[in-house]
Design a protein around this ligand. Structure first.
Ligand code: SF4
Length: 456
């Protein structure tokens, strides 16, 4: 899919914007929402034992910090830091599960950090902490760094019950890897992919990043070809978000070596073209899947969902989240745990839930969330989509929305008709810009804090 974008349009569309894993996004949350409010959310969940539930576990430790990292990661002083962290994770699990009881979980994901930085014994322990408290079913996935452990580890992960595995590649080029502080020989990644397949994982996902220092079309073409040779079931292609004001370690990246906005756009377009020509289905913002993969099937059947873990095939309503910085979504309340490991451990050691901010969604928040997530998943928005739950069409509920959307239609990003909105081929590259028109929290002219990565 090749689209032409004038430099002028690209400049106008290149602005900070959320990725809408949910709505309202974190900057709209408040520290007035804390442990008391989260306990009320957990009690509401306990009163609804049949609501589908997912679990996210944050495991923050990594071998070393990559310069480009945008995650909440930490480098431990020694391996025993992980044991201490797991002691506190256990305490947090007990605090939460004492209120909600043993629930059936249809999606679990371990993220980080590097979940497989743990030793085999620590991985077994973490799994058991969860298996003792939840009935684990459905998609059980984790992120792995092939550099962090020997390639026998996928067999252990599969034996425990994980069925999906995701690995970071970013770019195979040695100069790019050097510039981002992440040396990862191709043979190491290949060993892990081969072992994951041999161990019987249902789905192997690889992550790529565009917009990294020294990346050129030639370099990225080579990386894409190498990744395709590994034949992953799914790929995620993220844009590098250079936000050194929020992630000071990114100052180690040479800004002069970063691709410009138009160059970034060309790299993204190159990824879309290469992967779709190779037979992958482009899903939502930044995912690609084999047509037979569950994610692509869910898209075709209009069952795709989006939550804090990204795109999902499960219509999961609630997400419990454990560990420092983890974000939960329960009974229309969002909550985030304290970001740093030490305060997280100190808080749970006192027997308190480590929530530092959150939000109880208003009726309007919930309506706008349903609209934005429908758009982010399906690339269209029938005006009637809100009728069943909200008793009116989208334009009736969001006054003036059609006038707001007209300029995007004029730029060719969407088409509008009486039935609703459709994202064009061009608009697919600017899905965040389209979704931003439905966001009620972006309009504060007083607020010019840099809070989001740029959309191009
Ligand atoms: S391995 Fe991942 S989480 Fe850890 S520092 Fe590198 S990018 Fe961040």
């Amino acid at each position: 899919m090749r689209v032409d974008v004038s430099p002028d349009l690209l400049t106008r569309l290149d602005r900070p914007g959320p990725r809408y894993t949910s709505y309202p996004t974190v900057p709209a949350w408040t520290s007035d929402f804390g442990a008391d409010q989260w306990r009320a959310a957990l009690d509401a969940l306990a009163a609804a034992p049949d609501r589908e539930t997912s679990v996210y576990v944050h495991l923050p430790y990594c071998v070393r910090r990559c310069h480009y990292c945008g995650c909440n990661a930490a480098v431990p002083e020694c391996r025993s830091d992980v044991d201490r962290y797991l002691d506190h994770l256990e305490r947090e699990l007990d605090l939460v599960c004492a209120r909600i009881g043993r629930r059936r979980v249809s999606q679990m994901h371990w993220g980080g950090g590097t979940p497989n930085y743990q030793t085999d014994a620590q991985i077994r322990r973490t799994w058991q902490l969860l298996a003792d408290r939840f009935e684990l079913t459905g998609e059980l996935s984790l992120e792995c760094d092939p550099r962090a452990a020997k390639s026998e580890q996928p067999y252990l992960l599969r034996e425990l019950g994980f069925n999906r595995i995701s690995m970071g590649v970013q770019d195979f080029d040695p100069a790019v890897q050097e510039a981002i502080g992440r040396r990862q020989p191709e043979k190491v990644t290949r060993r892990w992919v081969d072992a994951s397949r041999d161990a019987g994982f249902e789905s192997v996902n690889l992550d790529l990043v565009y917009g990294l220092p020294h990346q050129t079309p030639e370099i990225f073409a080579d990386s894409l070809a190498r990744v395709l040779d590994l034949d992953p079931d799914r790929l995620a292609v993220f844009g590098y978000a250079h936000v050194p004001w929020a992630k000071p370690h990114q100052a180690a990246i040479d800004e002069a070596a970063l691709p410009s906005g138009p160059e970034r756009f060309a790299l993204y377009q190159q990824a879309v073209e290469t992967l779709t020509e190779a037979g992958y289905v482009w899903i939502g913002l930044d995912h690609f899947a084999r047509p037979e993969d569950e994610l692509a099937v869910a898209l075709a059947e209009r069952r795709l969902h989006r939550n804090f873990m990204g795109y999902s095939t499960r219509p999961t309503l609630d997400m419990l989240a454990f560990g420092n910085s983890a974000i939960g979504d329960v009974c229309d309340r969002f909550a985030q745990n304290t970001p740093l490991v030490d305060p997280y451990e100190q808080t749970v050691a006192r027997g308190e839930l480590p929530v530092v901010r959150g939000l109880e969604l208003s009726a309007e928040d919930r309506m706008r969330r349903s609209v934005i997530l429908h758009l982010m998943c399906n690339l269209e928005l029938p005006w009637e989509v809100t009728r069943e739950s909200w008793g009116a069409t989208v334009p009736e509920l969001i006054g003036g929305i059609e006038a707001r959307l007209e300029p995007l239609a004029g730029e060719g990003l969407i088409t509008l008709d009486q039935a609703g909105l459709h994202v064009t081929d061009l608009g697919r590259f600017f899905l965040r810009n389209v979704a931003m028109e439905f966001d009620a929290y972006l309009d504060d002219p007083e607020d010019d804090r840099p809070r989001y990565s740029r959309t191009v």
